[in-house]
Ligand binder design. Sequence first.
Ligand code: FA5
Length: 340
Amino acid sequence: MSTEKINQIVEEAKASFQSCQNPDELYKSKVKVLGKKGALSLVMQEMKNLSPEERPAFGQSVNEAKKSLESLYASLSEELVKQEMAQKLAQSMLDPELPGFEVKTGTYHPIELVIREMIDILSRIGFSVRLGPLIEHDDLNFTALNFPEDHPAREMQDTFYMKHDHVLRTHTSPIQVRTLRSESLPLRILAPGSVFRCDSDTTHAPNFYQVEGLWVDKKVSMAHLKGVVDFFAKSYFGDKTQTRFRPSFFPFTEPSAEVDCTCPLCAGQGCRVCSKTGWIEIGGCGLVHPNVLKMSDVDPDQWQGFAFGFGVERMAMIKYRLSDIRLFNENDLRFLEQFR
Ligand code: FA5
């Protein structure tokens, strides 16, 4: 096999490459000469018929031939790809200079935003988050929280009952019991989550959110509770916000109170949102009832605690000046997109 033969293969391949009209044709032409069964590979098989002296020069010629064809292939291929692209663009309706489609990014739901802000504020004073199940045993939702057997909240009209003494939890307070029974003291926890009640109008939803707080330690008093709630209200609604506590009743706290804060919309002057009173109720609170501690194996002579439960929708409605709670569940993007 002579080097002329190799040169002839190279010349023929170059002519074939140059006559190709598109990248596909060029690739096929390349395979014919440089592929595993291509002309140059077959030539290499002739090596065994040569004398050992002839072999190095022959091998070198074949390698040079390959290199020159590969480099010609690379440059022609780039050129043909460009030509093909230009043809396609000229034929199609595509205008690469038109602006692209708007990419819509998601936003947090306003309820999620409020929960995150509440957690952020209260975690600054040592509270950390605990979660509980949405379906609770009747015992944890009511009995362990000192609800008497005949308490009206247990009635079918208020509570969604499920099979086998289970309920859709009506408040986040069962997480108090779960935490007291499973963790060591002292503790400070926050329990955000969804709760359910048979209740529906412009300010009450059947499925709404609460954020529960529980602080248990030695020598905890109403003064600590007031300090924490006031800190929270000022951080959330603004420095000038004031809080007040009205005596109330919850089976699981004693004493119990409803917390009001000065209406952030009219700064306590009286407006439509606060029904001209200057105050808005944000939730319930109190010192943990000794019976609740006892039922969770905590000695009330050694430990005391306070708890609070705030309605998240209520917080959001005040902050974002909304008058209808149903807006949160309608999934109307025009509403949701405002909370970026
Ligand atoms: C409770 O649920 C108590 N577990 C709160 C508590 C916790 C008291 C710890 C003491 C210690 P209440 O039923 O008042 O309390 O609900 C608390 C808040 O949830 C209310 O102030 C209100 O903001 C909100 N809320 C109650 N019902 C609804 C409803 N149907 N829709 C929207 N928000 C509601």
